[in-house]
Ligand binder design. Sequence first.
Ligand SMILES: [Mn+2]
Length: 319
Amino acid sequence: MFAIIPDIHADYQRLILTLEGLGFRREQGSLGQEVWAHPDRWQAVFLGDFIDGGSENARVLDTVRAMVEAGQARAIMGNHELNALLFHTPSQGADASGDGWLRERNDANKKQHQTFLDEFPANASSDVAPPRDAHTREVLRWFMTLPLYIDLGPFRVVHAQWDPVAVAAVGARRPDGLLASQDLPEVANCAEGFGASADLLLKGMEIPLPLGETFIDFHEKPRDQMRVKWWADGGRSYRNMALSVPKPDVLPDTPVPELEDLPAFGTSEKPVFVGHYKMRGHPEVDAPHAACLDFPDTPCAYVWRPGDTRIAPERLRIF
Ligand SMILES: [Mn+2]
C-alpha cells in the first residue's frame, strides 16, 4: 500500500494532519529518534516541494527525512528544492544574470525562499562560495539524494510533468534519476538538452497564447502564457489544455501549435501522480492515468492499493 502525499511547503501542521489522517503514528526509531510509521506497513510517497511558504522548513524536513531513512517513505525533488540548490550554488561564470549564483538573487527569488533562509542561512550575496552554514550545506546535500522521478511499478511519480522524452533524456545520463552536482549549471540554463528535460519534469510546460490573447490569473494578473494540462484527454485546444486558468472559456478553442509534435499522454498510459500546480477548490481526481494532488487549500493524499491499475476518485483522501 502506498500513500501519495503532495506539496507540504514547510507547513508542519499540514504534514501531521495528513500522516495522522492516513493512519501513520509516531514511533521510536532504532536510534531513539521519532519516526512516523504505518501499522499496516504503508509506504508514504512524497511528491516534493517540502520547503518555502510555511515557517517550519526544518521540522518538515526532519520528519520526512526520518521516514525516508527508516524505509517508511520515498520522496522526489520538487522545483522548490531545485531552486534552493541553484540559489546556494556559485555559478562559476555560467549564469545569465551574472550575479555569481546559479539562481539569481533578485527580490522575487529571495522572497519566495525567505522562510527557508530564516532557518537555513545563505552566504551573503557577495560571498560567492558553498554555504558557510553547516545545516544549510547538509540539507542541500539531502536535496541531491531526491530523484527527479520514480517508477514504483504500477504507477509513477514526478513533481510536475511526466514527459516520456524528458524522462528518457534524464535517465540516459542518470539512470537512478538523481542529479549530480556537475548537472546543476545545465539545469539552471535550461534552454535545451539535459537541463531543459530536468526543468520540464519539475516545472511543467508553459506555452504562449496566440498573439494578443491574455487571461486574468487567480492573482488578478494578466498573463499571455498558460500552464498545460499535459494529460488532458480529447482535443488539444488552448481551452481544453489550460491549467490554473480561472475561466478557460476565455481562451481560444483552436489547436495549440506547440503541442502538434508532442505525443499525447493517453488514458492507457501507466498512471502518474504530480504535485506542483496549486489547484483551486476541493481536491478531486478526474482522469484514470494522471492526477495532480496539489490542492493548497485542503490537505489530501491518494491511497494506492495492491492490484490497482487506474486512478479512481474513491481512493482520494481529504483531511
Ligand atoms: Mn509546490
